[in-house]
Design a protein around this ligand. Sequence first.
Ligand SMILES: *Cc1c(COP(=O)(O)O)cnc(C)c1O
Length: 395
Amino acid sequence: MSQTQIPVAKPVLDEQEVEAVRRVILSGWVTQGPEVAAFEKEFAEFVGTDHACAVSNCTTALHLALKVVGVGAGDEVVTVSHSFIATANAIRYCGGVPVFIDIERDGFNIDSELIEVAITPRTKAILCVHQLGMPCDLRRIVEIGQRHAIPVIEDAACASGSEILWDGQWEKIGKPHGDIACFSFHPRKVVTTGDGGMLTTANPEYDRKFRLWRQHGMSVTDAVRHGSKQVIYENYPELGYNYRMTDMQAAVGREQLKRLPALVARRRQLAALYAKHLGSIPAMSLPVEPVWARSNWQSYCVRLPPEWDQRDTMQALLDKGISTRRGVMNIHLEDAYTDTRSHRVVGNLQESVAAQERTVILPLFAQMTDNDVSRIVDALRDCAPICNLAAAQVG
Ligand SMILES: *Cc1c(COP(=O)(O)O)cnc(C)c1O
């Protein structure tokens, strides 16, 4: 029996998104304009904040966030190596130095115990990541930031729709609980605009800067100039960038935002189902959700039993039509970071390295059926002896 291929992820895009883009194209206004403004307003309401500024992707969002809190040449930013490379690259765009600390032993998020050791007089920000959609320990991180008067920026690239328990209330990631949160709408995330990003903040001055910088530092927006009955000459008070989101992307984003609660609900069901079935595989270590967190389960990442080979496991699953990915990368091990002046490492990052070597991301997307989960878990259980055999042969 030939079974269908199961990809590791798959965006939910349908006629509603097509219709939204069609409307924008036929309107004749295709770049940053009324759709971007509406998407921003709706996203701000969704996360429960006053200001949301749409940009071209999360990497540019991170760049602007770091710049607005004053990260410049030689300044340090405490963050993790165990993240997508964009997290640290954005610090380097500002001329700053990423200071890498380790992650927690049983999760994939920053170990907040290690932050204070890494702080120096040069520290200008803490950049924490809600890795794979799982909220990091914001309560402690924000407290540390406040104690040292260092701003906290949240890399919430994966965390649209995730929640954290805050003063007894469930709140959306992005409120924000730190000073600024940065989101991604890349197709590998829970909702997508093709590419796209969002900055949320409670600080109106930060928001004003984001809007200036994302459009070349230009004093008036295209939309304002276009709509004006009076001639307006723009000026450029500051160095800016072209980090705009287009109205076509924003129109897709608005449809995706409508889907987000249902997508997260289904992903949470699937994650619970994985946990139930995978519990029967001895020594397989499953991701845990702290009592104060509700993940959107952007990815479901397991730690393999010690004797299982990572590559063999992934290949055995692929042979059965099931795509997986290695766990999160470690930035300090990449060639772009071999120059030791490019970053600083605090401690040995052993949990970060172990997590990359011992983990596999299993398929998880809203269109998956309960049966798909069973099939994946069965395949994983079946491949245990294969992996052991391969390890024995090598040994
Ligand atoms: C995807 C991702 C980014 C980059 O997002 P883009 O929108 O592709 O720029 C940054 N940080 C983390 C943790 C990510 O997962």
